[in-house]
Design a protein around this ligand. Structure first.
Ligand SMILES: [Zn+2]
Length: 341
């Protein structure tokens, strides 16, 4: 394949406005899919989206066979490591995330202190325990999150577009829909937690997908969505070189405000929002930014081990500030349906 993928013009699907301004145009930096792809900003609601965007029937061609999400190694469950660490992880899950089955009244003060430090990290890798423990991961890739959830006692199900990735995900469940999210046969109200990690920015119609995910929730259920944050400092600093653009695979580029608008349009509301920031994504953006300006040697230098290490360390110190200021590289939200069913 040597020519650019066929594209289609479409108005803003958050508000329907046709007028938009061009913001960035970049090639595929990660996998070299041919073509130059453009991000525009909607004149009415500010939504950032790819336009023209790759035609639906050609989206699969944006993903190479070695796409990382499609071949993750074994999942990292929190219940690994030394016996002491496992005890602390179980206490952290019970105390911080509602896993009553893991509550052990005999744990020592030391374990509790250790657990406190673990809670923050565990929150990112484990869903909070809700209801009867029925979990659906939308866009599950090779099943990393399914594996973690199953190890924690959830009954898991998944949806995945990519055949090869889905085959790997079957390690963890027979309940796997291979194909489009909107045609998945799960009945409404079936799950206590539905997650979609870095999925919404890839789908042609995020509002329809969000609506469907909210419908799948049982009463009291929670939808968890994570996307790159186009409203963060990384995007502002690096612009077209920002790692989160991932063109042409990312069709939407959400900010906290536009993600909330999508959830509301889908019939839900955001109940919490967290920001994540990792040095890696800034350093990746920095390399692309330097190369865009012809500083190839500087970029190579910044990628070399000692320099990279020092930069990473420096960023590591700044990261809590970025999270605190709520301008992170990724946003994760919890959402619930608006209408009680
Ligand atoms: Zn709009």
């Amino acid at each position: 394949m040597t020519s650019a993928l066929p594209t289609v013009e479409a108005p803003c699907f958050v508000c329907g406005e046709d007028r938009a301004d061009r913001v960035w145009a970049t090639p595929d930096r990660a996998f070299a899919v041919p073509g130059l792809y453009t991000v525009v900003r909607c004149r009415r609601c500010g939504f950032l989206y790819q336009r023209p965007r790759v035609r639906d029937e050609h989206l699969a061609a944006c993903y190479p066979d070695h796409y990382p999400r499609h071949q993750e190694p074994s999942p990292r469950t929190p219940l690994k490591g030394s016996r002491g660490r496992q005890r602390a992880a179980r206490w952290a899950l019970a105390q911080g995330l509602g896993y009553e089955a893991f509550r052990d009244p005999r744990v020592s003060l030391l374990t509790k202190l250790r657990a406190r430090r673990l809670v923050r990290r565990i929150r990112w890798s484990c869903p909070p325990w809700i209801g009867a423990g029925r979990y659906l991961d939308v866009g599950c890739g090779s099943g990393g999150s399914l594996g973690v959830a199953r190890a924690l006692g959830w009954r898991v199900a998944g949806i995945e577009m990519d055949d090869a990735a889905a085959t790997l995900a079957r390690r963890f469940t027979d309940e796997l829909h291979v194909g489009d999210i909107l045609t998945a046969p799960f009945v409404p109200g079936r799950f206590d937690v539905v997650t979609a990690f870095h999925v919404l920015e890839h789908v042609p119609d995020p509002v329809a997908v969000a609506r469907r995910m909210l419908e799948w929730l049982a009463p009291g259920g929670l939808l968890i969505v994570e996307v790159p944050n186009a409203g963060g400092w990384g995007a502002r600093l690096f612009g077209g070189a920002w790692a989160g653009l991932e063109l042409p695979r990312h069709l939407s580029h959400f900010t906290p405000a536009t993600l909330e608008a999508v959830i509301e349009k889908a019939g839900g509301r955001v109940v919490w929002a967290w920001h994540q920031a990792k040095p890696r994504t800034y350093l990746w953006s920095l390399s692309a930014w330097l190369r865009d300006r012809g500083h190839d040697r500087l970029a190579t230098l910044a990628e070399r081990r000692p320099v990279y290490g020092v930069l990473k360390l420096g960023l590591e110190i700044v990261m809590p500030l970025v999270r605190l200021a709520r301008h992170g590289e990724a946003i994760r939200i919890g959402a619930v349906p608006n209408r009680p069913r």
